[in-house]
Ligand binder design. Structure first.
Ligand SMILES: *Cc1c(COP(=O)(O)O)cnc(C)c1O
Length: 461
């Protein structure tokens, strides 16, 4: 272990600059929630005490990243900061073509605009919500092939993000390679509980890709956390560094999309990288339309500096040990409070199982939303619903297709909260769990045609 044999794993940083936390009282929280249409995305940051809405772009940057920002090269074309970023990305991924984007979904939109169209299918272990939306927007179909274990919240399995290779291959065989422009693997599997994918599984997906001559793309947002889980859980990798493991993972891929707001350790940024120069050319042409010139792609030079430094900091073993342990620590608190969670805890978040905690609220009445709202009203803790508000579908016949799981995700911003913040969250969970049977569901009163959970307005039942 990097920090020696102590049981207490400390934050591997000193706090160098701080930000005040607002403390709205219970009445102020209730008013804020009502104004927000009972949607946690509608709250202002100032309404929130501990913000676990997402780990995306919410982390703290290091002094070295801030120092690098002062030295960013803002040349419109040919920025030195771009070449530094591209070198770091090539060093980690081995992918020669690097296209910076302002965040992950911009990389997705460009990639799927280039390869997706009606009649085509993009398989993934589990598509993240923006990935699915960008696939579907092109008219293509987004299919999820996570292993059955990955859909059973209580079941312990070391790599619950793994792809179900047999089901994947059966589908690819049925459709033929012309209808499958690429296969994706999301590491770690965010929508499936932040669960890792094993190296063996990535290799097996690669083998399917080889058999049908289909490119493999990683949705690489949490590549460093996935590397750490492989080191901890997959035989043969215990003595390898996270960087070596990441390099091997990427060696099986033809490309990747990346939100650097996750394991890039920055507040904004992303990229698309690939082997195929012809596809890269097509993507750059699309990039210029909406993101910017190919050597900045929607970012400032200083953003690219921060990302180049952050990508390597995310692979520091001391950081990863602390990161994964802090997530497990919050999971321990939830379990101690008697709240079922997705087991084992994932890398970036703890997922509370609202279907089990609130069996009296049917899926259509959004039990996970009920739990997320209760955590905010109780203690100003903001999580996010990952259940039927996010993934449920109204069917043409008036029926309702619920999500596979009803979860509340408590995502942990990187290098931001201390152990006592997490202890406080544990207390809030305990208090909410004690009155679980009193919680009631919600109905949707207003919604957008896609990604409805971001802007929907709800009403308590
Ligand atoms: C965050 C995320 C994205 C989208 O990235 P943004 O930077 O939010 O646009 C895509 N895939 C996964 C797995 C993610 O976690």
């Amino acid at each position: 272990m990097p920090i020696g044999s102590y049981n207490t794993i400390i934050e591997p940083f000193r706090i160098h600059s701080t930000q005040r936390i607002p403390f709205p009282n219970a009445e102020e929280r209730r008013i804020a929630m009502e104004k927000a249409g009972w949607n946690l995305f509608g709250l202002r940051g100032e309404d929130v005490i501990i913000d676990l809405l997402t780990d995306s772009g919410t982390g703290a940057m290091s002094a070295r990243q801030w120092a690098g920002m002062l030295d960013g090269d803002e040349s419109y074309a040919g920025s030195r900061s771009f070449f530094r970023l591209a070198d770091v990305i090539r060093d980690i991924t081995g992918l020669p073509e690097v296209i910076p984007t302002h965040q992950g979904r911009a990389a997705e939109r460009i990639l799927f605009s280039a390869v997706g169209k009606s009649g085509q299918v993009i398989p993934n272990n589990t598509h993240f919500d923006t990935t699915r939306a960008n696939v579907e927007y092109t008219g293509a179909e987004a299919l999820d092939f996570v292993i059955p274990e990955g859909r059973q919240p209580q079941l312990i399995h070391p790599f619950k993000g793994n792809m179900d290779i047999e089901r994947l291959e059966a589908k690819v065989r049925e459709l033929g390679r012309d209808r499958v422009p690429l296969i994706m693997v999301t590491v770690t599997n965010n929508s499936g509980g932040g669960q890792p994918v094993s190296m063996a599984n990535i290799k097996a997906v690669r083998a399917v890709c080889d058999r049908y001559d289909i490119p493999l793309f990683l949705d690489a947002c949490r590549f460093a956390e996935n590397s750490w889980f492989i080191k901890l859980r997959e035989p043969g990798y215990e003595d390898k560094s996270p960087l070596e493991i990441a390099r091997e993972m990427f060696s099986y891929a033809d490309g990747c999309t990346m939100s650097a707001k996750k394991d890039g350790m920055v507040n904004i940024g992303g990229f698309l990288a690939m082997k195929d120069p012809a596809l890269a050319m097509e993507c750059r042409n699309l990039l210029i339309l909406t993101e910017g010139f190919p050597t900045y792609g929607g970012l400032a030079g200083y953003d690219m500096e921060a990302m180049a430094t952050g990508l390597m900091e995310a692979l520091d073993p001391n950081y990863l040990q602390y990161r994964i342990r802090s997530t497990a620590y919050l999971a321990d608190k939830a379990v101690a409070a008697g709240v079922p969670i997705v087991q084992p805890p994932g890398g970036h978040a703890v997922y509370l199982d609202a279907a089990q905690l609130l069996p009296h609220i049917p899926a259509r009445q959004l039990p996970a939303q009920a739990l997320a709202v209760a955590l905010y009203l109780e203690g100003g803790v903001r999580g996010v619903e990952i259940g039927s508000l996010m993934f449920g579908r109204d069917l043409p016949d008036g029926g309702f297709q619920p999500a596979a799981m009803e979860l509340v995700r408590l995502a942990i911003p990187r290098r931001t909260y201390t152990q006592s913040h997490v202890d406080f969250v544990g207390e809030v969970i305990t208090r909410v769990a004690a009155k679980a049977h009193d919680l009631r569901g919600f109905e949707v009163v207003e919604q957008a045609p896609w990604l409805r959970h971001f802007t929907a307005k709800l009403a308590p039942l």
